[in-house]
Design a binder for this molecule. Structure first.
Ligand code: ATP
Length: 302
């Protein structure tokens, strides 16, 4: 399976509900930065296991708290499956980086186990299970560009033209999503917070396919909270702008910083400058949008 990371082009966060969750209006985009998830059938054995390799292997749990394992267990329990699965995840997406790394592994696992266990669940059924696993998991199933309402789990596809070129500055360490939301509540007087909404200029920018239009339409309500917890990220954002990025923003709950480049060549130049700056742990580049978690033919996967 190829499981893409997500970014939020717009993330508007409303006041917290009595259950503590925040309603959001967000525009997601799936980017060509992938975890590879391999799933092998265990025919007469219901065990579910996961092994992790790659850049961030030591930061990911391999017990039942792993989101991919939780996805497989949920399917197994819901449909009384007697078979198991052996999962292997090669991590490329930063962990706790605001790019839905765990959620996309879970989405990929749902699709893989649906096929391996012959469940023949429809996309709509998979979406329902995905929403039980986490707010970003349903988007990771569909990919491309989509509007997310509710807690982000109610997704509808959005028209987007052309290809956008992104550069990611991956920070040392992660940020916990609940901690960033708590910081947002601390920073904002809750009574004055408006219901979440998507900016109309973001939709027109996506339709135009022009990076210059998208650059001025990006927004993230969580940025101030992420910067309050990790002020040094402000320097990374400014550095990218100084090097010619059209826009710089925190990705989701952070701490990954994302930069929009005018074209692929500017993206390469910016990536080199960022890598040499010493301001981040590593730099990645990716085009977007791309499809959601999908099965690769074995010949490509090898
Ligand atoms: P989001 O953008 O959806 O808020 P994130 O990208 O900030 O998420 P994740 O990478 O999904 O965060 O990881 C959040 C936590 O989940 C990590 O601290 C990690 O311990 C745990 N986790 C469980 N399963 C996985 C997985 N398969 N990959 C990455 N992290 C996982």
């Amino acid at each position: 399976m190829r499981a893409p990371a997500k970014i939020n082009l717009g993330l508007s966060v409303g006041p917290p509900l009595p259950d503590g969750f925040h309603p959001v209006a967000t525009v997601y985009q799936a980017v060509a930065l992938y975890d590879d998830v391999t799933a092998v059938l265990r025919e007469d054995d219901p065990a579910i296991s996961v092994e992790i390799s790659g850049d961030f292997a030591d930061e990911v749990p391999t017990d039942d708290t792993n989101l991919a394992v939780r996805a497989a267990r949920l399917l197994q329990a819901e449909y009384d499956v007697e078979e198991g699965v052996e999962l292997t995840i090669r991590k490329t997406i930063p962990v706790a980086g605001g790019m839905a790394g765990g959620s996309t592994d879970a989405a990929a696992t749902l699709v893989a186990c649906n096929r391996l266990w012959g469940l023949q669940l429809s996309q709509t059924e998979l979406q329902g299970l995905a929403a039980e696993l986490g707010s970003d998991v349903p988007f990771c199933l569909v990919g491309h560009t989509a509007l997310g309402r509710g807690r982000g789990e109610q997704v509808t596809e959005v028209m987007s033209r052309g290809v956008f070129h992104w550069v990611f500055a991956i920070a040392d360490g992660g940020l916990s999503t609940p901690a960033v939301y708590a910081e947002l509540d601390r920073l904002r007087p809750i009574r004055r917070v408006e219901p979440p909404q998507v900016r109309p200029e973001l939709m027109s920018a996506l339709l135009s396919g022009r990076p210059e239009a998208l650059a001025i339409a990006l927004s993230n309500d969580l940025q101030a909270a992420a910067l309050s917890l990790r002020p040094e990220l402000g320097e990374t954002l400014q550095f990218g702008l100084d090097q010619g990025a059209l826009a710089a923003m925190i990705s989701g709950s952070g701490p990954t910083c994302l930069f929009l480049a005018a074209d692929s060549r500017s993206a390469v130049d910016l990536a080199v400058e960022l890598a040499e700056s010493g301001l981040c742990r590593m730099v990645r580049q990716a085009e977007a949008p791309v499809p959601g978690a999908r099965i690769l033919p074995a010949s490509v996967a090898r």
